[in-house]
Design a protein around this ligand. Structure first.
Ligand SMILES: *C/C=C(C)/C=C/C=C(C)/C=C/C1=C(C)CCCC1(C)C
Length: 237
């Protein structure tokens, strides 16, 4: 077992977690009042999309076939962004629906989603340039500013009239988007710095594999964990 094989196994684990969560959310759907079922469907759609993307990523790294090359781990990057560009707007939509129950303004979701798309698209552009290039830094900064704007919008939400469960869910969902999402820019920054300072193949492998592993863990926390928190509130509503 080496770092490359652990990373390879993590993609499979990512797939299994997303698939299991989808199965669970779908089966739970009937337990909710009809008006809340669409939100359960959103949660299941998010994990379903992620499951498909992880299936693809585990194919790219050849799970169960061979030990992957570092280039294969690296080649999962566009699929990760394809996942994020689809699932992060849906996560914010889910957040917006629950925040609306507590009286959040209607245009909140719209602002969140626009900022989110700017964050993901410039984030992608910041990864495809040569390591250390000016374009990478500019895009990373724009992406981070968009993320900070999302944090700002979410931070200032004060749940008004709502049940204690909904208020608690909003507090927890805020934590996911503020702290759980912070893992991603930190992961990207660490990877870029390690790649800039790399002196040998082993450190390059450490940089790329550790970032890939961190993203899998963060994805499971922010999609499955977030969905469970959101749905717990609705069940009692
Ligand atoms: C389920 C997937 C989620 C919740 C993905 C979230 C991704 C981010 C919050 C990414 C943020 C980034 C920055 C703020 C700057 C650097 C580039 C990114 C795209 C990694």
């Amino acid at each position: 077992m080496n770092l490359l094989m652990i990373t390879q196994a993590m993609f499979m684990l990512g797939f299994v977690s997303m698939a299991a969560a989808t199965f669970y959310f779908v089966l739970q759907r009937g337990e909710y009042k009809p008006e809340n079922r669409a939100t359960v469907t959103y949660a299941a759609t998010i994990t379903f999309i992620a499951a498909i993307m992880y299936w693809q990523m585990k194919d790219i790294v050849g799970f169960g076939v061979m030990q992957p090359a570092l280039a294969q781990i690296d080649a999962t990057m566009p699929v990760r962004y394809l996942d994020w560009v689809l699932t992060t707007p849906l996560l914010l939509l889910e957040f917006g629906i629950i925040a609306a129950i507590a009286g959040a303004p209607k245009d909140l979701t719209y602002r969140l989603i626009v900022a989110d798309l700017v964050m993901i698209i410039t984030g992608y552009l910041g990864e495809i340039g040569p390591v250390g290039s000016a374009a990478n830094y500019v895009n990373f900064i724009i992406s981070s500013l968009a993320w900070l704007y999302i944090v700002y919008l979410i931070w200032k939400i004060v749940p008004g009239k709502a049940s204690a469960e909904v208020k608690k869910a909003i507090t927890n969902m805020k934590r996911f988007v503020i702290f759980g999402w912070a893992i991603y820019p930190i992961g990207t920054a660490v990877q870029e710095v390690l790649q800039l300072n790399q002196t040998d193949a082993a450190s390059l492998e450490l940089a790329i594999c550790s970032a890939a592993i961190i993203y899998v863990v963060a994805d499971v926390v922010n999609k499955v964990g977030f969905g469970l928190v959101a749905l717990t509130a609705l069940k009692k509503n």
